[in-house]
Design a protein around this ligand. Sequence first.
Ligand code: BGC
Length: 494
Amino acid sequence: MVAKSNSSKETYNRGYVILIAVIVAFGGLLFGFDTGVISGALLLIKNDPDLLMNNMAVLPERQQEWVVSITVLGAAIGAILSGRMTDKLGRKKVIIIAGIIFTIGSIGLASASSVALLIIWRLIIGFGIGLASYTVPLYISEISPTQARGALVSINQLAITIGVFLSYIAGLSFANFEEGWRWMFLAGLIPSLILTVGMFFLSETPRWLMVNKGEDEARKVLDKIGESNKEEVLEKIKNTVKKEREQIQISSIKQLLAPWVRPALIIGAGIMFFQQFTGINTITYYAPTIFEMAGFGADSVQPVYDAILPALPLGFVNVLFTVVSIMLVDRWGRKPLLYLGLIGMTASLAVLGVVFTFYSSIGAVTVKWAAFTSMMIYIPSFAISLGPIAWLLISEVYPTKIRGFGMSIATMVNWVSNFIITNTFLTLGLVTTGKMADPSGTGTLVNPGGAFLIYGAIGILGLIFVYRYIPETKGHSLEYIENHFLEGKHPKNL
Ligand code: BGC
């Protein structure tokens, strides 16, 4: 099938290109699945007598935090090494390596016999996530025809949210199984195999081939894609490669600190800081734990199932509102969506903080439903704003000469901030609001109220940051944005 593309000047084999993007986007889906799956699995792991030391009734909070967050640390390491690996080995091989890690990791996790082994396997799978988080968008953007690039790259962001949603479904499906957490992890095997096997049938990107194997190899791939303006595309690739070579020489520390570069670095690192420090992944990774604290499943015969069930609509609205954001971002602009989203997130965090902090005087039923409603407002607020827009902004604000480096710094800030937040969520609750009576009447649970109030306060700082530093990039070419910075003008006045 050769379809006419939008510009009507170029044609390409649309069906084939979409197929490629969908196969590669399984990497994004696994990023979502393997980060989200711990949310349901944790409820079973922390009470599994086979995993606990002799005298433990439940896995201590610090160990729970490590089981959840070690994956993020692995991802940070994977993301750091991705740049070099993709240049040396090629994009395709790195995605295959990630696929193999996901495959072996699912089996390793499913068969782990101790908490220590679980942590090691979560670290390994995290490394695969880091590789995928960098390489999948890179692969898609390098293989896509220019006019379809934006839409095809956003398939990845969508795939991440679909992966999180599917992980909640896996959680629910196996909640009542004996050692159901093993099956939850094992479910990741299916998309891992699709990714690994599917990748063998795809080509390397024309861009990598041009640099490493010469023009003829690059031309062959463009033939397959059915690109009609082959020679023009090859010429463009040559130019970009040349520019990038210049870029490597120029990105010295001195260049990075040049006054005209600084605003872009602040914007990129800052938006990623706020994306993570407003707590998205405490909700994504700990949703059923929070629902358990709010009393879901408290007087049920299937408590784990009932604590995972309300996460399902959360996962669904995350996918839905990511689509809404992709549709609105070029019409409304980035800043209005960021304001709207941050207001929704801050307000819902404040409600969550208050209901948990004052849970004993509020009444169990109100706490339960106020918590659920706030989370149902928080997630779509994130999904229309900081979720996709943070990633979009870091692909727009860096001057060409430091784009690669700037994006990797921002990605690092994202993973490191994610690690700090998910590694300290329960401890932060303990230190600020302490423990609360377990709504099921057995023992105590951490009260997360204080943690949510802190994330809410950071949300207010985020609003100020967006107002003061974020440029409205809607409708501007990358060159225009770059010139604005070069002239030393304030980002806000773009
Ligand atoms: C964030 C992830 C998060 C996901 C949730 C992404 O934009 O970077 O940390 O888990 O959105 O949907």
